[in-house]
Design a protein around this ligand. Structure first.
Ligand code: SF4
Length: 298
């Protein structure tokens, strides 16, 4: 056996963790608020998962955070409820007041400002018999919070073809969920303008969070640089899905995983010269580090 070849085979794989991946500032802020409150007052009840990442939710639940849903909130008569960065519709605030509960509101300031803009536009459109359109995912917590500002009358557009749901004779104001794709937003905005009849008013508000949109070109550059790319994200995170797709478009050797257990040695069988590990705004850095550690053992 050639000893030099053997030494070469034993070299650990070169793995780089993307230094711009990981929690956005809204999620960092929410998690530190939660940890602070648990530290001083004990158990808190998060309305929905604090972040779309089961492993981070598990870490916080060991400390004293319990996740509840809206039905649980209905029945709660005491305790501290936590609103996560996605925000909540007005009904949730009413329930807190009605049931005499304590509230820790960690709605991201960017989302809070967007909710106020949607509400103001709704009031204006009511006067003009107009429509509010939101580009977002139906059923997503942030979208529910935004739609709540319009008495849930907003029309949710998930894709360009959905613009047919809008009445071309009526004024329209368009917003976006903060974590959606800027490219699709542009297509939707153009389609709305094209369909509008006569001089009907169309207002376009690009409300995609720059914490997210700036990541797409950066991640694509990262994906181009590495032979194999491991994208770490939660199955429920829409941001993770869209960023993964952006990486995959550049590098088809991109694999989506939730945890180190999902890694498959086969992906590294050819001994790639470099492997990149990256993630979404809901991916904890500690998890990407664990993934990199495991890859180095292959
Ligand atoms: S993605 Fe932007 S808007 Fe959403 S929580 Fe993070 S910082 Fe806030």
């Amino acid at each position: 056996m050639d000893p030099s070849a053997n030494t070469k085979n034993e070299q650990p794989l070169h793995v780089e963790i993307d230094d711009k991946s990981g929690f956005c500032f809204g999620v960092v802020r929410a998690i530190s608020k939660a940890e602070e409150e648990i530290g001083s007052n004990g158990t808190i009840y998060s309305l929905g998962d604090i972040v779309h990442n089961d492993l981070e939710v598990g870490r916080l639940s060991k400390k004293g955070m319990q996740t509840i849903d809206h039905k649980d909130l209905e029945k709660m008569k005491e305790g501290t409820v936590f609103f996560r960065a996605h925000g909540e519709p007005p009904e949730s605030y009413q329930k807190i007041r009605k049931n005499g509960l304590k509230l820790i509101d960690a709605t991201c300031p960017v989302v809070l400002k967007l909710q106020q803009k949607v509400r103001a536009a709704y009031e204006e459109m009511k006067e003009k018999n107009g429509q509010i359109a939101i580009y977002g995912k139906i059923g997503h917590a942030e979208v529910k919070g935004l739609s709540g500002q319009t008495n849930h009358e907003a029309i949710i557009l998930e894709k360009e073809e959905d613009v047919r749901l809008l009445d071309p004779n009526k004024p329209v104001v368009l917003f976006s969920q903060t974590t959606k794709s800027p490219e699709v937003f542009k297509l939707i905005a153009e389609a709305i303008k094209r369909r509008a009849l006569g001089d009907v008013e169309v207002k376009i508000n690009d409300t995609i969070c720059r914490q997210v949109s700036n990541r797409t070109p950066h991640l694509q550059e990262f994906a181009r640089k590495h032979e194999v790319v491991i994208f770490v994200g939660g199955a429920k995170s829409s941001n993770a899905r869209s960023l993964y797709q952006a990486c995959f478009a550049i590098n088809p050797q991109t694999h989506f995983i939730n945890s180190p257990d999902d890694l498959q040695p086969l992906w590294f069988a050819s001994g790639p010269k470099s492997t990149g590990v990256c993630g979404a705004t809901s991916t904890p850095v500690w998890l990407m580090e664990k993934v990199a550690e495991k890859i180095r053992t292959f």
